[in-house]
Design a binder for this molecule. Structure first.
Ligand SMILES: [Zn+2]
Length: 350
């Protein structure tokens, strides 16, 4: 059974902003229903850090222009300046799907690490990404994984990751995603799989199905796109506009069909449009997959997306010591409030 556990704590201060009147601060400890990792929800924190989340548009524009010069991912350079797969792996050297181009990473993050350029345009505002771009990028990534799985089946743990713009950790402006694959699971992948298996053994049902059964239509639920379900998590991992998607009944990336890839792209576009409307320019996302060599009844492929800080003269990061080094979660507003804002922006009801 899914448990949404939370405890509310208070602190009293004499507040200098209110003539030293006594003010009560509120902290909410929430346990992730699967991993039990704590996230502290701090109402009011979003307003406090809000000024660091907007961007200096003139600075952003000048960075776009500067980075456009000699950009390896721009259409005039992509065939000259990006690596190619060895001939024995792929005779054509690169994978092309629509505007998307996939090729090996010059310096990767795993033993198999591939870059997928998503668009011919050098910079996209978050409301300019299209479902078609994501679909083509996903299909190029999936085509690579199919090929990889055929020749090196032992490299069975993939992940798709997005780092968009420098606040999200990207060294290259041009819109792209990465496909990582290795013989061992990523830490989060392993944690989610192990806990999902324990849940399955204890309850005789899938955590992911049970989660959707209790969340669908409720306060944290957002919408469905072609079988992909979108919601705000009860205890966010990073807590800055974090949204999750679940692909029902599919445990690894090789199992997804075109409808589901399209659904993922359509949902991401909606979330990025919401981020844009809130003034954000940068995001991270991960698509978490089980092993490609078998189907797991107890695990569903899932996506996590967050917005990042703004581009400003004064560099500010939200990779704070508490989440980054102490491994605890922190949410800058109540997840239910975020879900309400997204639904209201998109004009959808739950
Ligand atoms: Zn470019």
């Amino acid at each position: 059974m899914i448990k949404f556990e939370k405890t509310i704590k208070h602190a009293k201060i004499l507040n200098p902003l209110r003539n030293f009147e006594e003010t009560v601060l509120l902290f909410e400890y929430r346990a992730d229903p699967l991993t039990k990792r704590n996230t502290t929800v701090i109402p009011g924190m979003l307003d406090y850090v809000g000024k660091f989340l907007s961007s200096d548009q003139a600075l952003l524009k000048s960075l776009v222009e500067k980075t456009r010069v000699n950009c390896p991912f721009c259409p005039e350079n992509v065939k000259e300046k990006t690596p190619m797969f060895p001939r024995e792996f792929l005779r054509e050297g690169r994978i092309f799907v629509g505007e998307a181009v996939a090729f090996p990473n010059l310096l990767g993050h795993a033993e198999r690490s591939v870059l997928v350029v998503l668009s011919k345009r050098h910079h996209l505002k978050l409301n300019e990404f299209t479902a078609e771009q994501f679909f083509n990028g996903f299909k190029a990534g999936a085509a690579y994984l199919e090929k990889l799985n055929a020749v090196e089946p032992e490299i069975k743990f993939p992940a798709f990751i997005f780092n968009y713009l420098p606040p999200a950790g990207s060294s290259i402006f041009h819109p792209h995603m990465q496909v990582l694959a290795r013989d061992r699971p990523f830490y989060l992948t392993e944690l989610l799989i192990n806990r999902s298996e324990e849940y399955w053994r204890e309850n005789g049902s899938s955590f992911w199905s049970d989660l959707l059964a209790v969340e669908k239509g409720k306060e944290r639920y957002l919408f469905e796109t072609k079988g992909v379900e979108w919601l705000v998590p009860f205890a966010p991992q990073r807590g800055l506009n974090e949204v999750h998607a679940i692909i029902r009944g599919k445990s690894n990336l090789l199992e997804l069909d075109d409808e589901e890839w399209r659904g993922l792209g359509e949902g991401l576009v909606k979330i990025l449009k919401f981020y844009h409307a809130q003034g954000y320019v940068s995001f991270n996302a991960v698509l978490v997959s089980g092993p490609m060599d078998r189907h797991l009844e107890y695990f569903d492929v899932n996506l996590r997306v967050i917005s990042r800080t703004g581009i400003q003269q004064w560099n500010f990061t939200d990779a704070w010591a508490l989440p980054y080094l102490l491994w605890d979660g922190e949410a800058v507003e109540e997840p239910e409030r975020l879900a309400e804002k997204i639904r209201s922006f998109l004009g959808t009801s739950r």
